[in-house]
Design a protein around this ligand. Structure first.
Ligand code: BDP
Length: 711
């Protein structure tokens, strides 16, 4: 197997008695309704059941045999006859019911929804139950999404290079669209729909304005057409200076009526190609991208102008809060300082898209304080599935635990229970923002690699994102379980150890890179290997030393009142907890405090000894992952087994380099010995610095720049 089928493999159910039970229930599929979506749902069920049950399951209209009946009260007489009105009312537009009902002379499994796409989601759910070998006795499920906008973001460029992608070229083949509809477009839509993802932003946030031209819109409309029956809306990242880029105007000032007219006309053009176009994602005044500030206006002016032009078509603006300027002293403060004063100023069809943490998708970050300060603004959280800071497509690093940690963080805005999940759902601010638009976005990396994501386990983070966007109360553990069963095997002797690998993998990645709240020790630009000594970049906040502040007197970034005071951005109770050395979680400690090397940790070790220990335990964790994986030979297909095995060897090599580079470098500052009992780094600091200059980086963007002589 090459991983192309992701978690939708539909291999025969291995448990014989269960398979027989399923076989007697699922003799056929009855689907009333003629929409493309219903047809897709019916053929997915047919395909899935035929594979899982090892027999052909046909579509019929014979109500006297047992099977599955799908539809909505509007398009199916059978569903309408079941009087599900009340229960259906509770699941909304995208939800569904799955239950056993007697129809005519037979017991049927019924999938009912208010809309066709709800039926499709329910069909994937039913198949998932079989794929994970669940009993269907007394089945009665009512499910609906907890968040409205469940959106994937692609950082794909027109030249088909994917920023931070690592899995081949962009899926969108601009040279052959619109004539050629690659079958991958539909397979891609199906993968997303199986999770309930309902939107895709197809291009890079560092946006190329050409995508809004007639030439490209024709191509893009074809993609939208493929995605539509799967319930997926298409969105575009836009460049704020587009009116200038097209040579039409010499300004992009959002308050200039000519600019407003330009965007209005452009919206009309886009909707003439794509009547259900979702809207724009905007990276403005961030990392060199243009924005309203260039014209003396603020983010609200900028976002609202666009929102007005999309409003007549029901489009929305996802406005990113990823901003930081070189002169603010502490990059951590950027988003909060710029956006908090604008709370309440955004139009109702603007949603602020806020990265989970205040810096940038680091292996561990505290949550962004902006989530706690906004009360009247629509917010969605942006996370990263592609492993920009987690070893690209060569390291195993399941992101479920990171997403879960963020969602469950209690910001203590209004006492206990003010979790990020409750903020994202709109619950917490419902008095001040009555009808919020809610959501979650993830930067994903699928490309032309056969298995879509490069590392087979990056698939699991895509999966976790989709499942949590639907239901943020799911645990990363339960999701890993599901994913493994669907993607590899239901055998306990495989599931238990490999789930443990997955659940440990994120923490391992933290430990061998940046434990105890260290952050951003990467080689600049590529973000792959270690370069904690970096100090010569033009901008202060592009240097690793800016983040760790290691000096003779200790290590860590003081963000308390005696430092940058970024802690004051958190709700008072949480700020208090993080400011106090007795209550700040140790794994976030150096995010907020600069502490002496001999500071006593809870373990009784000094900070220095604990730091060293964490680095070593990260490598040990990776070695355990390797040993456990290697025991799985023969339990799964040879191809994926060998692939992951080889990648774990790369990861082990990289983890050792991370550990040794960081330990040797910090030792050059702390001047303290590596405690006994740890294998000593094999080389001196100069050697590790040399590696950072000369080692190949597995990313087409940074393979061997002029500064990198490959030796
Ligand atoms: C950083 C990436 C950069 C992105 C930026 C963003 O290094 O490539 O353009 O985030 O999110 O993580 O806009």
């Amino acid at each position: 197997e090459d991983g192309y089928d992701m978690w939708l493999r539909y291999q025969p159910v291995a448990n014989d008695s269960l398979r027989q039970e399923y076989q007697s229930q699922f003799q056929q599929v009855i689907a009333e309704g003629n929409s493309q979506t219903i047809k897709i749902a019916a053929s997915e069920l047919q395909r899935g059941l035929s594979g899982l049950l090892k027999k052909t399951v046909a579509q019929t209209s014979n109500v006297n045999a047992m099977g599955v009946v799908i539809g909505t009260p509007a398009n199916s007489k059978l569903i309408a006859s079941l009087n599900l009105k009340k229960r259906l009312a509770s699941v909304g537009d995208e939800g569904y019911l799955i239950q056993k009902s007697r129809i005519g002379n037979a017991d049927q499994i019924v999938i009912a929804a208010n809309t066709d796409v709800g039926v499709l989601y329910g069909s994937f759910h039913l198949l998932r139950l079989l794929q994970t070998e669940q009993s269907l006795n007394n089945i009665s499920i009512a499910s609906s999404p907890k968040l409205q906008y469940r959106v994937v973001n692609h950082w794909d460029n027109v030249n088909r290079l994917v920023e931070r992608g690592y899995a081949g070229l962009s899926l969108w083949d601009w040279g052959t669209l619109p004539e050629l509809k690659s079958p991958r477009y539909e397979d891609y839509a199906r993968i997303n729909a199986s999770l309930g993802i309902n939107g895709t932003v197809i291009n890079n946030v560092n946006a190329d304005p050409r995508l809004m031209s007639d030439q490209f819109l024709k191509k893009i409309a074809t993609l939208a057409e493929v995605f539509r029956p799967y319930g997926i809306k298409l969105y575009l990242s836009i460049n704020y200076n587009a009116p200038r880029a097209y040579g039409d105007l010499d300004t992009a000032d959002p308050l200039d009526p000519r600019v407003q007219a330009w965007w209005k006309a452009r919206a009309e053009k886009i909707y003439s190609y794509i009547p259900d176009f979702g809207g724009y994602l905007v990276k403005a005044d961030s990392e060199g991208q243009p924005g309203p500030q260039g014209y003396g206006r603020n983010h609200a002016d900028g976002a609202n102008m666009l929102a007005d032009t999309l409003k007549p078509f029901k489009g929305v603006v996802f406005w990113r809060a990823f901003v930081y300027h070189p002169d603010i002293g502490d990059r951590f403060r950027g988003a909060y300082d710029e956006f908090t004063p604008l709370d309440g100023k955004f139009k109702e069809n603007v949603i602020l898209q806020i990265k989970n943490g205040p810096i940038d998708f680091q292996p561990r970050e505290p949550v962004s304080p902006l989530f706690g300060s906004l009360k009247k603004t629509n917010m969605m959280m942006e996370v990263q599935v592609t492993q920009e800071y987690f070893g690209f497509a060569t390291h195993l690093a399941y992101q479920g635990p990171l997403f879960e940690e963020a969602l469950k963080t209690d910001l203590l805005v209004k006492g206990k229970g003010s979790t990020l999940a409750n903020i994202l759902s709109g619950q917490l601010n419902k008095a001040t923002n009555k009808n919020p638009r809610t959501g979650m976005a993830a930067v994903i990396n699928p490309g032309t690699d056969r298995n879509w994501t490069g590392h087979p386990f990056v698939q699991s983070s895509w999966y976790a994102f989709g499942r949590m966007a639907w239901d943020y109360s799911l645990t990363s553990d339960a999701i890993a379980d599901e994913w493994l069963r669907m993607t590899f095997s239901n055998q306990e002797k495989f599931i238990a150890p490999i789930k443990k690998i997955m659940m440990d993998s994120r923490e391992a990645g933290v430990n061998y890179r940046s434990p105890l709240g260290l952050t951003h020790l990467y080689s600049q630009g590529d973000h792959y290997g270690p370069a904690p000594w970096t100090a010569d970049m033009g901008r202060a906040d592009w240097n690793a030393v800016y983040y760790h502040r290691a000096a003779e007197d200790g290590i860590g970034f003081n963000r308390t009142a005696t430092g940058s005071n970024a802690l004051a951005q958190y709700p008072a109770e949480l700020a208090k907890q993080y400011a106090d050395l007795n209550t700040v979680p140790e794994d976030l400690m150096l995010w907020f405090h600069h502490l002496p090397w001999d500071y006593k940790m809870k373990s009784g070790k000094t900070l220095w000894a604990e730091l060293v220990d964490k680095y070593y335990s990260g490598v040990t964790q990776v070695r355990t992952m390797q040993t456990e994986w290697n025991k799985m030979e023969g339990q799964i297909d040879a191809e994926r087994f060998a692939h992951v095995k080889a990648l774990l060897a790369v990861q082990e090599r990289d983890a050792v380099r991370w550990r040794d580079s960081c330990v040797v470098y910090f030792q050059s500052i702390s001047k303290l010995p590596i405690p006994d009992g740890y294998e000593k780094p094999a080389h001196d600091l100069e050697y590790y610095k040399m590696l950072a200059r000369t080692t190949y980086v597995p990313d087409p963007w940074h393979p061997a720049g002029a500064s990198r002589v490959l030796k």
